[in-house]
Design a protein around this ligand. Structure first.
Ligand code: PHE
Length: 448
């Protein structure tokens, strides 16, 4: 029955050429680049880690990204439908279900952080954020209250509205409006950061590598982050691939998405490190960096509430262009599987997300903040299960599928024979081995 399931994209939904690139870059660029990347780069040694990230992104991330897009366009459906259609085996469809579950779970806590960014943007513009200088107290009081639940709901509703409108009037249009906005904000803030007194130390921390800081662990973290940052292993790029026109070059698209994501991470680093160093803030201090440390920096600069507000708007934009990519995955799946309309699918899934998201929203210091399962809060478990287990597992399935199971990947990929050989070698051998290492390391089975 699977193989006969109606194909989503044959229902007429299609990205335009540029729309696909905008949407995919929008998905890739997100909280990963602006919130996670800076503090892990800070923790794992700055420039040497950034260099490692670049290598992982180009050598492993891009081939896997290409594989996801190719599977999506070849299968013209969600991961489940594409896997079972292309392999003609139902079992692969079931494995693909992992990659429907992952974005659903990710969205349930990613939208919590997206909500924080919107709250912080408002607090910054109104100047409330800077009324006294106890930024960690303020952050603690906010995440300790019920307010994050409502801000999360706002993030989910905005995402749902975009997805309700469909592929070209929703996802494509939204990204085409937000991404240019993002670029303008980004450049404004880079200029502001680089002209601060003492910015130079931050730039050299970020760009002047000290190779003694490279460890096997930092290399694996860099690879894991390259996956997260390119939205891999989570069905998003497969689903977006299903809406890509047959005449579009997937190779060129992959390159544009990868370079776009990299450029964004580079510019985000040029904002965060110079700012942190100029105000004596340790960049490796963890997830609170942008919410606790940077407000102190904004408070100390002229027009700080304006620049702070713009910074959090930038973060919110980046987050929302990613949440739409996450929501489209389960929506595409239920439409395909149950034949529901887009409207019904979006409403049901958003409600479920809201319910599952509540424990995440109130477990970072909130009403159930003290409730730990083992050594982690609910929020941390969600992040851990998704980022460290489901995502590498998804990436592994993708490489096995494109490299060893599906026989016609070459035709769909449309690469020159030389590039095809390089690509398929990476997908068949290099990527799966490295991904298994990441998986073993992040589950603690492999310790350095
Ligand atoms: N790539 C996004 C980021 O860096 C996160 C994401 C992962 C979005 C998977 C969609 C799918 O924030």
């Amino acid at each position: 029955k699977d193989t006969a399931a109606p194909s989503l994209a044959d229902g007429g939904e299609r990205f335009s050429k540029s729309g696909f690139i905008f949407a995919a870059i929008g998905s890739a660029v997100g909280l990963g680049n602006m919130w996670k990347f800076p503090y892990i780069t800070g923790k794992y040694g700055g420039a040497a880690f950034f260099l490692m990230f670049i290598i992982c992104l180009l050598a492993v991330g891009l081939p896997v990204l290409m594989a996801e897009l190719t599977i999506g366009r070849g299968g013209r459906g969600s991961v489940v439908a594409s896997f079972s259609r292309l392999s003609k085996q139902k079992g692969w469809g079931w494995l693909g279900f992992l990659m429907i579950l992952a974005p659903f779970l990710i969205l349930s806590f990613y939208s919590v952080v997206a909500g924080w960014t919107m709250y912080y943007a408002v607090q910054s513009f109104t100047g409330n954020l800077f009324s006294d200088s106890d930024y960690s107290g303020k952050f603690g009081a906010f995440i300790g209250s019920w307010q994050p639940v409502w801000w999360q709901l706002l993030a989910l509703v905005l995402t749902a509205v975009v997805i309700l409108k469909g592929v070209s009037a929703g996802i494509e249009k939204f990204n085409k409006i937000l991404i240019p906005g993002l670029v303008i904000l980004l450049i404004t803030l880079v200029i502001r950061a680089l002209t601060l007194d003492g910015a130079g130390d931050g730039v050299s921390f970020f760009l002047n590598p000290d190779f003694s800081k490279l460890t096997p662990e930092s290399a694996l973290v860099a690879l894991g982050h390259a996956f997260f940052s390119l939205s891999l292993g989570m069905g998003t790029m497969v689903t977006y691939g299903a809406y890509v026109d047959k005449r579009q070059s997937l190779g060129a698209g992959t390159l544009a998405i990868g370079l776009g994501d990299l450029l964004y991470a580079f510019l985000a680093g040029l904002i965060i490190f110079p700012t942190s160093f100029a105000f004596d803030i340790a960049p490796g201090q963890g997830p609170g960096l942008v919410f606790v440390a940077l407000p102190a920096a904004f408070a100390a600069m002229p027009f700080g509430s304006l620049f702070g507000g713009l910074f959090f708007v930038l973060l919110a934009f980046a987050a929302l262009t990613s949440t739409v990519g996450l929501l489209e995955v389960p929506v595409a799946f239920v439409r395909e599987r149950f034949g529901w309309g887009r409207g019904l699918s979006v409403i049901v899934i958003t409600l479920l997300l809201f319910l599952i998201g509540i424990p995440s929203a109130i477990s970072v210091g909130g009403a159930v903040g003290g409730l730990q399962f083992g050594d982690k809060s609910f929020f941390d478990w969600m992040d851990f299960i998704c980022s460290n287990i489901l995502l590498p597992l998804g990436g592994l399935l993708i490489t096995i599928f494109a490299g060893h199971v599906w026989k016609n990947a070459e035709d769909e990929a449309g690469l020159s024979s030389r590039w095809y050989r390089i690509w398929i070698f990476m997908v068949k051998y290099v990527a799966p081995i490295l991904v298994v290492l990441v998986l073993l390391h992040s589950t603690g089975a492999l310790d350095f």
